[in-house]
Design a protein around this ligand. Structure first.
Ligand SMILES: [Zn+2]
Length: 321
């Protein structure tokens, strides 16, 4: 049995209550609503218990937001909204925050208690409950989509948020746009008691993970798995099976976890994509998990790659017959 509690953003099926999207329509938010806050893609959490912070609908921070709110859905009959306050410019924001794999800094707003601050969802995702991780991930993906679609792709006119943040309309050419999700295949490729792992040059030192890539237009999931593995490592595969999926709001992917069998062994990497790829045995992975330096650090907890690898090591993930 696969242990699904180890997969972040899984089991977070809050009620999206799509029939209510036209009701709120970016106007008034009821006073008892739960309002979660996002700043430049980072989530406002309470550091004491690693839960989302919900502000009252009359909080000044919400009033200062210059972006329409998003109606996320309902949990226990409460309506949940998300607000983007990216227009807040902290005076003391260090200018040394460089683009990195994961942003481990947090920021505090002067109108909020010091223990409530903004954090990278990737940094805190395993500490949030499934439901809250799902709400935060949905809000993050939607605001990212809004930020990148302020103009109509057909006529170039400005678009406006409608349907409580689930649609953008161009009033000039009457075109509507909808939030997109990009399918990505991520695959565990086996060869006996070894799996194929690779690393990108920008990853933390020694970190290895499953190969992955975007599905292209007109392509099946199975064909994308075979193509990506061939392109990146020159390995041929067979027996592609779908295992499980994970929404990945960085910025808007749906990871489709698959496994397949290798039918060739010799690796030739695509140096534009990978820094290294190798066959890694169960023994080496067990030593890595036990903390020994074997030159390989497994993927991060909560990710679908780590979920596939761990379950294969434990024997709970096997090829379908
Ligand atoms: Zn237009």
């Amino acid at each position: 049995m696969l242990d699904l509690t180890e997969l972040s953003f899984y089991g977070s099926e809050f009620d999206r209550a799509a029939h209510l999207r036209s009701k709120f329509n970016n106007t008034k938010i009821e006073s008892i609503a739960k309002n979660l806050i996002i700043w430049r893609g980072k989530i406002l959490i309470d550091q004491n218990n690693f839960s989302l912070v919900y502000l009252s609908s009359t909080h000044p921070l919400i009033k200062h937001s210059n972006v329409p709110p998003i109606f996320l859905g309902q949990v226990d009959k409460f309506n949940y909204f998300a607000h983007d306050i990216s227009n807040w410019n902290p005076e003391d924001l260090p200018d040394n925050i460089k683009p990195s794999f994961i942003d481990q800094t947090s920021q505090s707003h002067p109108d909020l208690p010091f223990y409530q601050n903004f954090n990278d969802l990737r940094f805190i995702m395993t500490q949030l409950s499934d439901m809250e991780a799902g709400l935060a991930s949905t809000a993050k993906a939607l605001f990212s989509w809004h930020n990148n679609n302020t103009f109509c792709s057909k006529c170039g006119n400005k678009t406006v948020s409608t349907q409580s943040g689930w649609q953008r309309d161009c009033n000039k050419c009457n075109t509507s746009q909808y939030p997109r999700t990009d399918p990505v295949v991520i695959m565990l490729i086996t060869q006996g008691n070894k799996i194929l792992l690779g690393r990108s040059p920008q990853w933390p030192e020694k970190m290895y993970s499953c190969l992955a890539g975007f599905i292209e237009p007109g392509e099946t999931m199975e064909a994308a798995v075979a193509r990506e593995v061939k392109e990146e490592t020159n390995i041929d595969i067979s027996h592609v099976n779908y295992v499980i999926s994970q929404p990945w709001a960085f910025p808007s992917s749906l990871m489709l976890g698959c496994m397949a069998k290798a039918i060739t062994r010799e690796i030739t990497i695509d140096q534009n994509e990978l820094e290294d790829a190798q066959w890694v045995s169960k023994d080496v992975l067990l030593k890595a998990y036990a903390g020994y330096d074997v030159g390989i650090t497994p993927a991060r907890p909560g990710t679908i790659a780590e979920f596939l690898i761990q379950n294969w090591v434990k024997g709970t993930l096997t090829h379908k017959k």
